[in-house]
Design a protein around this ligand. Structure first.
Ligand code: PGA
Length: 246
């Protein structure tokens, strides 16, 4: 069963999440992180940037792997996850960009790109801490409902709900790329520790299903229940439907 922490405020949420990263880097400066995009981690990235600026922590030796990226869109596109990561984190911390890994959705050989991503993670010794969000449909990275729990990094078709969730960033549903590269659920489950972040009332029902409901492929994030070292960090709104469940 994952541990659950409910933060009382936005500040506490980002402090607890950033503490998780800082504590890990204290034990190993060259830790390997898997990093999410989305609205949820924005305050965490701001807090990590602040701590780095204040020289409370350093990412100089950290290696990072992003969870996912859209296929066939320019990496400099304002809605690409690469742009997101530069804007919210990488431009503000002392990470060596040579140690930053993002799936290349523009690769001319996507299958090979996915295999290389897995190989790079394995070659560095595996992920120490995977920070993940949860989609309104329960997706974990872009592992949409139905994804196998032993899936690896691969190209996936996005569901209507995920396309909808990104429509505003792209100026309309029609502009959202239909496919993405995502780390697999199996890849994520091999991380030594996992930090699941969720904020907001619109995540309350899916959080309850993922954390307390049956383990099922229909709710990809429910796979985390089988991992021995997971912290689920919630705000009060996203935790509001946990009561009364088994
Ligand atoms: P969000 O996305 O943080 O923008 O809600 C989470 C996700 O889709 O995994």
């Amino acid at each position: 069963m994952p541990s659950i922490t409910v933060a009382a405020s936005d500040d506490e949420f980002s402090t607890i999440a950033a503490d998780q990263v800082q504590r890990l880097l204290r034990t190993r400066m060259d830790s390997i992180l898997a990093l999410p995009t989305g609205n949820t981690p924005v305050p965490l990235y701001a807090e990590l940037s602040r701590r780095c600026l204040n020289e409370e922590m350093s990412f100089a030796e950290v290696r990072t792997f992003n969870l996912d990226e859209f296929v066939a869109m320019p990496s400099e596109h304002p809605a690409s996850f690469e742009t997101y990561m530069m804007t919210h984190l990488f431009a503000h911390i002392d990470v060596d960009m040579a140690n930053v890994h993002m799936p290349d959705g523009n690769s001319s050989n996507l299958e090979q790109e996915c295999r290389a991503y897995e190989r790079d993670i394995a070659a560095l010794g595996g992920i120490d801490l995977a920070i993940v969000g949860i989609g309104g449909n329960g997706h974990l990275a872009f592992n949409e409902p139905g994804a196998a729990f032993d899936s690896r990094t691969r190209v996936v078709d996005l569901t209507a709900e995920s396309l909808e969730a990104h429509a505003s960033e792209f100026g309309g549903l029609a502009q959202v790329p239909r496919r993405a590269i995502t780390m697999g659920i199996g890849t994520i489950l091999e991380a030594r520790r996992i930090l699941l972040l969720a904020r907001g009332r619109e995540k309350a029902e899916i959080v309850a299903r993922a954390v307390r409901g049956p383990i099922t492929r229909e709710v990809p994030a429910s796979a985390l229940q089988s991992h021995p070292n997971v912290l689920v960090l919630l705000d009060r709104a996203s935790a509001s439907q946990l009561h009364g469940m088994r």
